[in-house]
Design a protein around this ligand. Structure first.
Ligand SMILES: NC(=O)c1ccc[n+]([C@@H]2O[C@H](COP(=O)([O-])OP(=O)(O)OC[C@H]3O[C@@H](n4cnc5c(N)ncnc54)[C@H](O)[C@@H]3O)[C@@H](O)[C@H]2O)c1
Length: 261
């Protein structure tokens, strides 16, 4: 998948990884980039910089997602690259209130369902299309201190796998972007917690992520891992699940009450 001359639709494009991807897609010669975000002003700011279209869009609002994609397709034709990137990092345990679990589910999982449901028919009719799901290493490995985040990211990864295995033979490509920590405003949620220093020490830049995405899309690789060590961690987990869980328990202890504030 080469983004040159493609119609690209990005969610959560007003900040962090989504912003960097939107800018990089423009550099790579995408024909039209639709930058969407819950924060419409942020989306417009990025879109203005790159000559794209900026729109306010709450990805957890199915009707809004469906009508926005329909209106873009009416003006420009089928989407070439759908980047389902918006997400929220909900930390905490099973005791996180049910309403917040549900919100995390809606933004991190159902939003991908809504956008894929809306864009897929046009892609299939066109015989080609690509879906980039911003998941997280937490979707492969389960992160410490954030049960709603880990659970919903696993579900987003399963959805990406399912779409790939179901529609791959009909011209639909899928990649799942699974970074560990990336230096974006999302990291602010760690506040002044004990985990902060460790998190910052391994965080990469959004440009690093954009480079990995362009390379991963070109190779049409399902897993895009901007932190290459994640592949080894994932292999270790598969090779000996109990040993991997033991190591994670130890890390949990070391990080000393790591639940995000
Ligand atoms: N930063 C990291 O360490 C990291 C690591 C792995 C995965 N991710 C994932 O990357 C994606 C982007 O996160 P980021 O780090 O760039 O964070 P960010 O906070 O900088 O950007 C997230 C963007 O999503 C938007 N957003 C939130 N809820 C939305 C909604 N309901 N509808 C539309 N837009 C909404 C926000 O307004 C924001 O602009 C997320 O899916 C996140 O889970 C981040």
């Amino acid at each position: 998948m080469n983004v040159q001359d493609q119609l690209v639709f990005v969610t959560g494009g007003g900040s962090g990884i989504g912003e960097a991807l939107s800018r990089r897609f423009a550099d790579e010669g995408a024909a039209t980039i639709v930058v969407t975000d819950l924060d419409g002003d942020a989306a417009e700011r990025v879109a203005t910089d790159i000559g794209g279209t900026g729109l306010g869009l709450d990805v957890s609002d199915e009707e809004a997602v469906t009508s926005t994609i329909a209106s873009i397709e009416k003006d420009h034709g089928p989407i070439g690259l759908l980047a389902n990137n918006a997400g929220i990092a909900t930390g905490g345990s099973v005791d996180v209130p049910t309403a917040l679990w549900q919100k995390t589910w809606d933004v991190n999982v159902m939003a991908h369902v809504y956008a894929i449901r809306a864009a897929l028919p046009g892609m299939l009719a066109n015989g080609s299309g690509y879906i980039l799901s911003t998941v997280s290493a937490a979707g492969l490995l389960t992160n410490i201190g954030a049960a709603p985040y880990a659970v919903t990211k696993h579900a987003a990864l399963a959805l990406a796998e399912w779409v790939s295995m179901t529609y791959g033979k009909q011209g639909i490509g899928v990649s799942a972007l699974c970074p560990q920590f990336v230096d974006t405003p999302m990291l602010d949620l760690f506040g002044e917690s004990a985990s902060q220093e460790w998190v910052r020490s391994i965080a990469i830049t959004t440009d690093d992520v954009a480079n990995a995405v362009i390379e991963g899309l070109a190779a049409e690789r399902f897993l895009i891992l901007p932190h290459p060590e994640v592949e080894t961690f994932f292999q270790n987990k598969a090779n000996d699940y109990d040993r991997w869980l033991g190591g994670m328990r130890k890390l949990n202890e070391q990080l000393n009450n790591p639940q995000f504030d």
